[in-house]
Write a protein that binds this ligand. Structure first.
Ligand SMILES: [Fe+2]
Ligand SMILES: [Fe+2]
Length: 148
């Protein structure tokens, strides 16, 4: 799908449009809402990178960092609250990704097309992998524990 304005993420030579899909649902609504925001924010960030508008880019960069920080804090706090056994490795993945994004986001709009593509490929792949491996497991655990 996608409309004229949308910019694809190039993954292994293929164009991928990064959209919310019910496939990404974890069943835990707070996480799902924030994951939807992630996709929307990445899409706007991508537009800002190609916009030649420095203020727009800086605004979207700041928004992405704020979103990540808030989302990771939300999940980390839920893990602490319910004594989630996989807390340390899950939190470590958040921390690593956060540091990587922060570092690579600096001057992203002045980098080569290849570097820009790599950046968005990472944002897509990480989201999907982290969701499949870690967030789904956490959501299942939270749903079961909140019933108790
Ligand atoms: Fe998440
Ligand atoms: Fe997570």
């Amino acid at each position: 799908m996608g409309n004229q304005e949308d910019i694809p993420v190039i993954i292994g030579g293929y164009m991928i449009f990064f959209y919310w899909d019910s496939y990404y649902d974890t069943g835990y609504s707070l996480m799902d809402t924030q994951h939807k925001d992630y996709i929307a924010i990445v899409e706007d960030l991508q537009k800002s990178v190609y916009s030649q508008d420095q203020d727009f880019f800086e605004k979207q960069s700041a928004l992405f960092i704020t979103h990540l920080s808030e989302h990771f804090t939300t999940e980390n706090n839920l893990m602490i609250k319910y004594s989630y056994p996989g807390y340390f490795s899950h939190k470590a993945e958040h921390d690593r990704f956060f540091d990587k994004i922060k570092k690579n986001l600096t001057d992203l709009n002045k980098k080569s097309t290849n570097e820009i593509n790599n950046f968005f490929e990472v944002t897509y792949r990480w989201f999907k992998n982290h969701l499949e491996i870690n967030d789904r497991k956490l959501a299942k655990f939270l749903i079961e524990n909140e019933k108790k």
